[in-house]
Design a protein around this ligand. Structure first.
Ligand code: FHN
Length: 464
C-alpha cells in the first residue's frame, strides 16, 4: 500500500507520514536493537542515549563516483572524489554512463558489518544519496538508482539493513538535500552545479514530490533508523524553516530518529548547534576537525576521512596512521563527542585495504580498552598534550599517549582523590601505587609503556 502510494509523487505527504508511522508502530520488531516503543514519547536524553554511548561509527561514502575514482578523460581531478561530477564539469548525460559500469559484485554486507563490529564501532552512516543524486536503494520515484540504472540490481541498503540487524549495529542514512541530477534542483546550474547564488523556481516541487517521498521510502523500508544525516544544506533554496519543518515531519514518522544539524542551517562556527532553538537538529557535525575544547552543552560528532577523500579515489594514498586515528578517537571522547570515521569503497564493492588495516588496528585497541570509550563523558580535568581523560560513574580513564621513562605518571586532577588505580589492560586489576601532593597525583606504572599508542589507567575515585 505504501509502495503504491510512493509511486504517486502527488500523494499528500501528511497521509503518507501517518501510514508509514502506523506501519512502524504496528509492525516492526525490535531486532535492530531499538527499545520497544513506549506509550510516552522519549525525552531527548532517552532518544540520544544509544548514540551518546556508542561514541564511534563508520561513515561510508559510496556511489557512482567510485567508478572514475578521481580521473576523468585521463586527467586527475583535484579535490574530494565524490565531487568529480562538479569539479570536472561532467554533464548529466555523461555522468549517467558511470551507472553502466557500476557492478560491485564484491560487495558483501555481512563482511562490511563484521568489520565495523570488530573495529568497535556501533553504527554505520551510509550515503543513501550523495550530491550526484544517485540512489543506493530501490527507489520507486526515480530510475536514477541501483536497481534501474546499473547492472548490479541489488538493493544495497536492504542488504546492509539485514546485516546490521543481524549484528546489532545501528543503520543510519546520509542524505544530500542538494541534487545535481534532478531537474527541479541543481541540475540546470551546470556547469556550476554548486552555484550557491542561484535558485531553481521548481525547488519546492523537488522537495514535495521527490525528496520527501524518497525519505519516506527510507523510513518505511529499512527498519527503524538510528540517524538521518543530512548534507548539502548550504544551497540557496534550502532555508532554516524548511529544515525545521522537515525535522518535525521525519520525527512524526519515526519519533525516536536522531537527525543532524545539517537538516537546517545549523552548521555554524565550529559546526555545532546553537543552544537556543534557533536551529533544527540534534547534534553538531564538525567536519575534518576536532573542536579544541569540544562543544560544551551540545551533542556533536566529528566526521573525518582516513585519507583526503570521502568517495574512493584510486591514487589518494595520504593515509592517517592507525596511531593517529586511535588517538583522535580518544581525544574526541575526552571532549564529549562521537567519531564518525569514513571509508570509500571501490566500484567492485570492496573497502580499500589500507582502510581495513586501520579498522583492524583500531579494533585491536578497542578490544582491550573499549570500556574507556563507550558510555563515557568528557574529561572533568584539563590535561597536558600527552594525556587525555574520559569519565564514567566513579571512574576516570587516563589515556597516556607518551609514557614517561620510569613509568611515573603525574597529573593534576584538580582535587579528585583516587582510591585505586590499575591498568585497563590488566585483567587482574592489580593496584598501581598512587601518591598525592595537593592536586598533583602520581601513579607508578611499569617502566615501559603498556600500549605504544594509548595506555589506559583506570582511576577509581574515592567515595565522597
Ligand atoms: O560535500 C560533502 C562532502 O562530499 C562529504 O559528503 C562531506 C561529509 O561530511 N560533507 C560535504 C561537505 O561538507
Amino acid at each position: 500500500m505504501i509502495d503504491r502510494l510512493l509511486r504517486q509523487p502527488t500523494v499528500k505527504h501528511i497521509t503518507l507520514a501517518a501510514l508509514v508511522m502506523a506501519c512502524l508502530v504496528g509492525g516492526c520488531d525490535d531486532g535492530f536493537g531499538f527499545a520497544p516503543r513506549e506509550d510516552k514519547p522519549l525525552t531527548k536524553d532517552e532518544r540520544m542515549e544509544w548514540w551518546r554511548d556508542a561514541r564511534f561509527g563508520l561513515f561510508i561514502h559510496w556511489g557512482l563516483y567510485a567508478v572514475p575514482a578521481g580521473t576523468y578523460k585521463g586527467e586527475r581531478i583535484d579535490g574530494i572524489g565524490e565531487w568529480i561530477m562538479h569539479r570536472a564539469k561532467i554533464p548529466v548525460s555523461e555522468y549517467e554512463k558511470f551507472a553502466d559500469a557500476f557492478n560491485p559484485i564484491g560487495f558483501n554486507a555481512d563482511e562490511w558489518v563484521r568489520l565495523v563490529k570488530d573495529a568497535g564501532m556501533k553504527y554505520i552512516v551510509i550515503t543513501s544519496k550523495h550530491h550526484d543524486g544517485f540512489c543506493l536503494w530501490d527507489s520507486q520515484v526515480t530510475k536514477w538508482d541501483i536497481m534501474d540504472a546499473t547492472p548490479f540490481k541489488r538493493d544495497i541498503l536492504a542488504e546492509l539493513a539485514g546485516a546490521c540487524k543481524k549484528h546489532k549495529i545501528k543503520l543510519c542514512f546520509y542524505h544530500s538535500i542538494m541534487d545535481w541530477h534532478h531537474p527541479d534542483a541543481q541540475r540546470p546550474f551546470y556547469p556550476n552545479y554548486n552555484d550557491t547564488k542561484r535558485s531553481n523556481p521548481n525547488f519546492e516541487r523537488y522537495v514535495e514530490t521527490y525528496m520527501k517521498p524518497q525519505l519516506a521510502e527510507l523510513l518505511a523500508n529499512y527498519g527503524p533508523l538510528g540517524v538521518l544525516w543530512f548534507d548539502g544544506e548550504w544551497i540557496k533554496d534550502w532555508t532554516e524553516p524548511q529544515g525545521k519543518a522537515l525535522y518535525a515531519w521525519l520525527r512524526e514518522i519515526q519519533p525516536d530518529l536522531i537527525i543532524n544539524n545539517r537538516v537546517g542551517k545549523g552548521r555554524k562556527g565550529m559546526e555545532g548547534l546553537s543552544k537556543s532553538d534557533e536551529y533544527a537538529g540534534d547534534f553538531g557535525t564538525p567536519e575534518q576537525q576536532i573542536p579544541a575544547t569540544g562543544l560544551p552543552g551540545v551533542d556533536w560528532e566529528t566526521c573525518m576521512t582516513m585519507n583526503d577523500t570521502w568517495g574512493f579515489k584510486a591514487y589518494d594514498d595520504n593515509w592517517k596512521s592507525s596511531e593517529d586515528l586511535i588517538r583522535k578517537l580518544v581525544d574526541i571522547a575526552s571532549k564529549g563527542g562521537n567519531f564518525l570515521l569514513n571509508v570509500g569503497p571501490t566500484p567492485e564493492g570492496l573497502i580499500p585495504q589500507p582502510s581495513i588495516r586501520r579498522l583492524k588496528d583500531i579494533g585491536a585497541w578497542m578490544a582491550v580498552n573499549r570500556e574507556s570509550i563507550y558510555g563515557t563523558t568528557a574529561s572533568p580535568v584539563s590535561l597536558p598534550e600527552w594525556a587525555r581523560c574520559t569519565a564514567k560513574g566513579d571512574k576516570l580513564y587516563l589515556h597516556v599517549f607518551d609514557w614517561p621513562k620510569g613509568g611515573k605518571i603525574k597529573v593534576d586532577l584538580g582535587g579528585v582523590s583516587v582510591a585505586k588505580a590499575y591498568l585497563l589492560a590488566d585483567k587482574k586489576k592489580k593496584a598501581l601505587p598512587v601518591t598525592s601532593d595537593g592536586d598533583l597525583v602520581t601513579v607508578s606504572g611499569p617502566n615501559a609503556a603498556p600500549d605504544a599508542i594509548a595506555s589506559v589507567i583506570v582511576l577509581v575515585k574515592e567515595k565522597q
